[in-house]
Design a protein around this ligand. Structure first.
Ligand SMILES: [Zn+2]
Ligand SMILES: [Zn+2]
Length: 178
């Protein structure tokens, strides 16, 4: 299985082949390695958690470039317009229907990728979502992770703002109190 990850040091994207047995995610851009979480695969080699951050919240994504899907539908639309112009309305519908069908077939054939809500790492490879263990993207779960770091930052900045003034607790003179 292949893991695509963002390096926490230099923010570049790199990947690890055979991540099931790899001890580290090594970034070739800044040459730093990060230990992978042990036990992120079960006995039969299915992922149970993110190998990079050990979070168990993962979602499944179709590895299907949206541009291709759009291109197929647009091409179908263009063909059906031409056919319509030459007077065959039925064939035009047929062309449009065929392009949508083709889109669906492509979509089904494309492999799954499993993505970590927390760090955005992506797992690819045969059996990555065997048994349909992971579900589609859930905005509610994503929101939870989006709020997590900002809350931490918030409290940190609050601490920082309290510290310098902390020696003077609400006892100072009020200049406007006349
Ligand atoms: Zn790096
Ligand atoms: Zn992760």
């Amino acid at each position: 299985m292949d893991l695509t990850f963002e390096c926490s040091q230099c923010r570049m994207i790199d990947h690890v082949d055979g991540v099931e047995s790899a001890p580290q995610a090594f970034c070739s851009h800044c040459r730093t390695g990060r230990d992978l979480a042990p036990g992120s695969f079960d006995a039969v080699g299915r992922p149970t958690a993110c190998p990079l951050c050990a979070s168990a919240d993962l979602y499944v994504l179709k590895d299907f470039p949206q541009e291709i899907g759009l291109a197929i539908v647009l091409a179908g639309f263009a063909v059906s317009l031409v056919v319509w112009y030459y007077g065959s309305r039925q064939s035009a519908y047929l062309a449009l229907g065929a392009s949508v069908l083709l889109d669906l077939v492509f979509y089904r054939l494309m492999p799954d990728a499993v993505v970590c809500y927390r760090c955005g790492s992506q797992l690819r490879g045969p059996g990555v979502n065997r048994g349909r263990r992971f579900r589609w993207f859930d905005p509610a779960v994503a929101n939870r992770y989006r709020r997590e770091p900002s809350r931490a930052e918030e409290s940190k900045s609050r601490e920082a703002s309290v510290e310098p003034g902390g020696t003077d607790p609400a006892g100072g003179p009020m200049p406007d109190a006349t």
